[in-house]
Design a protein around this ligand. Structure first.
Ligand SMILES: [Fe+2]
Ligand SMILES: [Fe+2]
Length: 358
């Protein structure tokens, strides 16, 4: 038996111990055979480490999707290349600014932080959405800085979808950009450790919300920014940490950041595959996320993601290819797909699902 970080799991590994949340809620029982979907589900629950058995059963039932051609097309587009170039410049500037705040205690300049990071978004005018562009950037940089930048930009798009005012959109973006700043106060070799995490290391990582809160309080920034750092791992059903807060006890901005944060973690590329199909992430959210996240926020988030894929071609789990033509508002992960002359309603075919976008 070995203890691995969630990032190191691959399909075919077998869970050696019950996987529980910090609040003792069962996520996966002992002896579960891991699949790609189950590994993504662990991200949704914020599980950092799992005990697995030494033997691995090569998966047969769930084929590895590899990098879907949809994402390959995005990556070769001029739009993505331009985005990648400006992302690298802004990510560097972002890293320097944050490092100075954490290490040299310089004053945090929120408007400069927003100006620089939003410059990338305002340049995007084409058909590829910011979420799809970011989804592909995760293969290049997996650092805490890149993650914070992504979560900030996802919060920006998300709060536009929520139709919040310009000031609220800016505030939510700043909340996302700074939500994990506490991780930079935890020794880097623990955060970046690819292998086993000891129980002490695990507890240290769990201190990052409080560390971040403390640092931001000292910087005298807006209290929602401090609260988002403190509460982004809290869950509406009380299953989160560090305080086990519920529903209305959690700051609204922290609830928005929580969704953007977990979406970024779930869509990250893994060692055994490229970016995951967004419909599979949405399916896991629908199955497990509605009690954990604020329902009005999560439904708005999922609906807008799904809407961006109408008319997109996809491959179903039985190998057929078709076009997504109608979104089911009661089940966003299960739209109607036209395959040739046939209309396949995924809501009525529970064994079928969208395996990849084409
Ligand atoms: Fe975090
Ligand atoms: Fe995070």
């Amino acid at each position: 038996m070995k203890k691995l970080s969630t990032l190191q799991l691959v399909p075919g590994m077998i869970v050696a111990d019950d996987v529980m949340t910090p609040n003792h809620q069962m996520v996966l029982p002992k002896d579960t055979l891991l699949t790609d979907s189950l590994i993504t589900k662990l991200e949704l629950y914020g599980i950092l480490t799992v005990h697995v058995k030494d033997d691995v059963i090569p998966p047969e039932s769930e084929p590895l999707p590899g990098i879907p051609s949809y994402f390959e097309r995005i990556k070769s587009s001029p739009e993505f290349q331009a985005f990648k170039a400006s992302y690298e410049i802004e990510a560097d500037a972002f890293k320097n600014m944050i490092n100075n705040v954490v290490k040299k205690h310089t004053q945090l300049d929120i408007s400069e932080l927003l100006n620089r990071s939003l410059r990338m978004v305002t340049n995007i005018t084409g058909r590829i959405g910011i979420l799809d562009l970011l989804h592909n950037m995760r293969e290049y940089d997996d650092s805490t800085f890149a993650h914070c930048l992504n979560v900030g930009l996802i919060c920006n798009v998300f709060t536009h979808w929520l139709k919040l005012s310009d000031a609220e959109v800016e505030l939510a973006t700043a909340c996302g950009l700074l939500h994990d700043i506490g991780k930079l106060l935890i020794p880097h070799d623990i955060i970046a450790k690819p292998g086993k995490l000891t129980d002490t290391e695990y507890l240290q990582i769990q201190k990052h919300p409080a560390e971040g809160y403390q640092l931001l309080r000292e910087q005298n920034v807006n209290e929602h920014i401090c609260n988002a750092a403190l509460m982004h791992h809290e869950r509406c059903d009380g299953s989160g940490y560090p305080l086990g807060l519920r529903g209305s006890q959690i700051d609204a901005y922290a609830k928005i950041v929580a969704i953007a944060d977990v979406y970024d973690a779930m869509t990250a590329a893994r060692v055994y595959r490229g970016p995951i199909c967004p419909f599979r992430v949405i399916e896991i959210f629908e199955a497990e996320g509605l009690q954990k996240y604020d329902v009005k926020y999560v439904l708005c988030f999922l609906e807008n993601i799904v809407n961006s894929y109408i008319q997109n071609r996809c491959r179903l789990s039985d190998g057929r290819e078709g076009e997504i033509i109608f979104i089911n508002k009661l089940k966003f992960s299960r739209p109607v797909v036209r395959c040739g002359n046939e209309y396949v309603d995924l809501a009525e075919n529970p064994t079928l699902y969208i395996e990849s976008l084409l």
